[in-house]
Design a protein around this ligand. Structure first.
Ligand code: SF4
Ligand code: MG
Length: 328
């Protein structure tokens, strides 16, 4: 079957200017040639430290940002080339859940009004139908209907994220991009929200892109996981494969920070040292070479590309170049 979403060679470069009216001084490659597919009903986790381009990627799929280059095909149509009518439909079908539920909810509006808004924006239903849908969604996310008349500050963080999820579901979307949806919540509340998202996925046949800054959070919810570093996808694999056998030194480092549930299971431990280089002046060759304990000569000049090294497991690292040393 065809993927629901195909992201092909996506790039987002932001120009750097010196001073307010300065001329362009190069650019920040926030997303630099990223490709991946998402199949209907699955969850793709996208993980990386801040500034790796994961949110920018999500925002381009949401059409909140235009790509510098590349295509985003949703249900076979390139989102970057849609007519206005097609675009309105696509906007209903792709929705986003944000990290900070409080910041994304208008404090002066009742929950009922906040939830109704996407229906009004998309011209869906009359007042009575909209009200019915609001009450239905409150129930679906585990809140009672009387909450519709209350204000965001009257809810806990976990409840507010339930409201954020309800709002994203108002237009019956197919794809939800969740950008660090549980990062601001206590660990016990995180599990509740993740469980809710998993239940909703099954019941409503949703497809998720789940963005997070650590591999622990996305472990149980993701079918596949992509690891990003400085604007590039450095590893992309089925979850079990990635967690059992991370290949990229950066992914190994990220995973070393995640506690292993089985103490007998020994994973190679890689300590991530040093800071992430500035994305306005990334290292040549493999952008991870300044922090990589396995750096080789070719790493400082040749950019590694993402290649499948076993079924369902791709990595961008010269350690896996076939016959590289012999050939050159
Ligand atoms: Fe390390 Fe080289 Fe692999 Fe980059 S390409 S991660 S520097 S071994
Ligand atoms: Mg972010």
């Amino acid at each position: 079957t065809e993927p629901l979403l195909k992201v092909n060679n996506l790039k987002k470069y932001f120009p750097i200017r010196k001073g307010i009216l300065g001329k362009e001084q190069g650019n920040v490659k926030a997303v630099d040639d990223v490709s991946f597919y998402v199949y209907e009903g699955e969850t793709l986790g996208i993980v990386g430290e801040s500034g790796c381009g994961k949110s920018t990627t999500g925002r381009m799929i949401m059409k909140l940002l235009d790509p510098t280059e590349g295509s985003i095909e949703f249900e076979g149509k390139d989102l970057t080339k849609l007519s206005n009518a097609e675009m309105r439909k696509a906007r209903r079908e792709i929705q986003m859940v944000f990290q900070d539920p409080f910041a994304s909810l208008n404090p002066r509006h009742t929950i009922g009004k906040i939830l109704e808004e996407p229906l009004i924006v998309h011209g869906l239903g009359n007042a009575k139908e909209r009200k019915k849908k609001v009450l239905e969604l409150l129930e679906i996310v585990g809140l009672s209907s009387y909450h519709a008349n209350r204000y965001p500050h009257q809810f806990s963080g976990g409840q507010r994220q339930r409201i954020g999820i309800a709002r994203a579901l108002m237009t019956n979307p197919k794809l939800i991009i969740a950008d660090e949806p549980v990062s601001a919540l206590d660990v016990s509340i995180q599990a509740q929200v993740l469980n809710l998202m998993q239940d909703l996925q099954k019941d409503l046949k949703l497809t998720y892109i789940f963005i997070a800054h650590d591999l622990g959070v996305v472990r149980h919810i993701s079918d596949r996981v992509g690891v990003m570093y400085l604007g590039k996808m450095v590893e992309l694999a089925e979850s079990e494969k990635l967690y059992a056998n991370p290949l990229h030194p950066y992914a190994k480092g990220l995973l070393s920070a995640v506690p292993v549930p089985d103490p007998d299971f020994k994973r190679e431990h890689v300590l991530l040292s040093g800071d992430i280089p500035s994305p306005s002046n990334p290292p040549k060759g493999c952008t991870f070479h300044t922090r990589c304990p396995f750096k080789m000569e070719q790493c400082t000049s040749i950019v590694p590309t993402l290649v499948e090294v076993e079924e369902g497991h791709s990595v961008a690292c010269h350690l896996y170049d076939e016959g590289y040393v012999n050939d050159k």
